[in-house]
Design a protein around this ligand. Structure first.
Ligand code: CAA
Length: 260
């Protein structure tokens, strides 16, 4: 597929997807959505690809939110009838079982912050700024901000962010648990690709299982989560990669993975 709103490159086993509307601060319009769905589906389906990185073009923004100009004149009935924003969560997140990282290179506001939070984790540039400013537009988050932000940073800070619409810098975001690592902007892309390559070199089934386990922690009780974890651990012991991984440890050599 030819993309006009995003760029897709393969770096060995890592797919790099770049939101590419820098003139609109990479605002998320329906064209971006459809292309991202396609790119994530292709990443998921390609056995040579093991981890993905999503970032924004330019130094200014990861994404400054859903495209306000596209929404401005849309009648309310169309938002409701079309279940507006539902495709973001259902297609981008739920169908992507392989790990992916958001590399946030500037503004991540509204839908931009929400898209970054859909990633398995966020690596932020020191210049990154996160926010849920929808209240200033007379609306509220619509792509998961009130739910994922609250789970990530807790009620006090999530309320502060949603009710004031203020921006949070990278340092505060790391301190609050929103981002995993902060690096200088100039090093962001290479760092994200390096971390993704590290994940891509892991036994692939174990990578998917680790991701599933952590995500289940947000959806269930501790008892059910512990059972899910144990069962998935036990399932992994049936893989050839488990036999190889343990043999490689004992023999003091790197493992060679089959993804079986
Ligand atoms: N939608 C559409 N266009 C956007 C945009 C957005 N979310 N954010 C920025 N742009 C456009 C601007 O309109 C401008 O285009 P023009 O040159 O054609 O006027 C261009 O990008 C550059 O932006 P600015 O001139 O505003 O740049 P700035 O440096 O002065 O300000 C900013 C940067 C503070 C991020 C400012 O652009 C801004 O506040 N953007 C909107 C942020 C926002 O409200 N996001 C939430 C959107 S709603 C949402 O996301 C709902 C949801 O929950 C999913």
């Amino acid at each position: 597929m030819t993309y006009s709103n995003i760029l897709v490159e393969q770096h060995d086993a890592v797919t790099l997807i770049t939101l590419n509307r820098p003139q609109a601060l990479n605002a998320l319009n329906s064209g971006v959505l459809e292309e991202l769905i396609e790119a994530f589906a292709a990443f998921q389906a390609d056995p040579s690809q093991r981890c993905a990185v999503l970032t924004g073009a330019g130094d200014k923004a990861f994404a400054a939110g859903a495209d306000i100009k596209e929404m401005a004149d849309k009648p309310a009935a169309d938002f409701y009838a079309g279940d507006f924003f539902s495709r973001w969560t259902s297609h981008v997140v739920q169908t992507t079982r392989k790990p992916w990282i958001a590399a946030v290179n500037g503004f991540a506001l509204g839908g931009g912050c929400e898209l970054a939070m859909m990633a398995d984790f966020i690596i932020a540039a020191d210049t990154a700024r996160f926010g849920q400013p929808e209240i200033k537009l007379g609306v509220a988050p619509g792509m998961g901000g009130s739910q994922r932000l609250t789970r990530a940073i807790g009620k006090a800070k999530a309320m502060d962010m949603c009710l004031t619409g203020r921006m949070m810098g990278a340092e505060e975001a790391e301190r609050s648990g929103l981002v995993a690592r902060v690096v200088p902007l100039a090093e962001l892309r290479d760092t994200a690709l390096k971390v993704a390559a590290e994940i891509a070199a892991m036994p692939p089934l174990a990578a998917i299982a680790n991701k599933e386990m952590v995500n289940v922690a947000f959806e269930t009780t501790l008892e059910q989560g512990l059972l899910f974890e144990r069962r998935l651990f036990q399932v992994l012991t049936a893989t050839e990669d488990r036999v190889e991984g343990m043999a490689a440890f004992v023999e003091k050599r790197p493992g060679v993975w089959k993804g079986r």
